[in-house]
Design a protein around this ligand. Sequence first.
Ligand code: AMP
Ligand code: FES
Ligand code: ZN
Ligand code: ZN
Length: 315
Amino acid sequence: MVIFFVIRDFDDSTPNFSQNFFKRNLLILPASKMKCEYCEKEAVENIYGRYYCENHFVKYFLGRVRSIIDKFGINGRIAVALSGGKDSSACFHSLHKLKLDLLPFYINLGIESYSEICQKKAEELCNSLGYRLHIIDINEYGINLADEKKPCSVCGTAKRYLMNKFAYENNCKYVATGHNLSDVVTFALNNFMNANLMNFRGNRPYLEGKEEYKMVAKIKPLYWLKDKECMLYVYINRLRYAEEECPHAISAPTIQIKEWIHEMEGKKPGIMLNMAKSFWRLEEMIGSKAKLNICRKCGYASYSKICKFCKIRKR
Ligand code: AMP
Ligand code: FES
Ligand code: ZN
Ligand code: ZN
């Protein structure tokens, strides 16, 4: 049963807003009687000082996605990575609404009941929009996350590799993921906090592909949209998504960073947007000095002779 919870205002810093808030499927409903700026309907969201009703909020959301598509001239088949969660559901639905050529896929990571629930939600979403979901099974590569000392790290390597491989083998020009503004800022801050500038990648909404390395271009269509806005989009469109969280991720330090940036955003709206712009610019300035090779085993891109995935796969 879905529980509805009314928050008095539109403030991101409301306690329980982020991870716990979403986990319990609480939704933001307007208690305020503000009117939409673009029509006379009741507002459901305040974005940087402007009030939006449901219809105009959806238009705003699609406009932000469209701005990424247009800026980078996205044109051609997109493999859409569905995790079953709210963000990739919102990403897929918005790209579908914008009439792009899509190929949705899901990587089953073999994590207890979590992976099955997520797969089911992703399948339901695809069926409702008239697509067939392609499934990739991590077990086929002999990887069992339950046996790993650092399951999240192995999982991250496997997901990145398999996303690119799927897109490449299916003649897609791009892979789209559901990373949103909150994710991008959290990820970059986490790298800062760990003095990890070598890994200062993924802060941009678009990463060009490299045919000679079988590398497909990556896009983050939700780059300008916050967690809360993705949740609202999913709610308004009644999209299927899994509320469950990965059992390995529950104690991740990034959860606290996310809560902290939302608290800051509540006090000073726009701070996340500016941080993302700064991180994007910084990444361009730093550039990548790491030399790319071709993995001797699989033929995909690698920073060493054998790629990380070939090192972790057992089959
Ligand atoms: P995460 O790495 O879990 O924060 O997820 C970031 C994005 O990666 C999601 O929004 C999805 O687009 C994609 N993703 C995560 N898990 C999966 C999965 N199991 N299968 C396919 N795509 C995924
Ligand atoms: Fe990868 Fe949890 S989703 S370890
Ligand atoms: Zn309106
Ligand atoms: Zn390899």
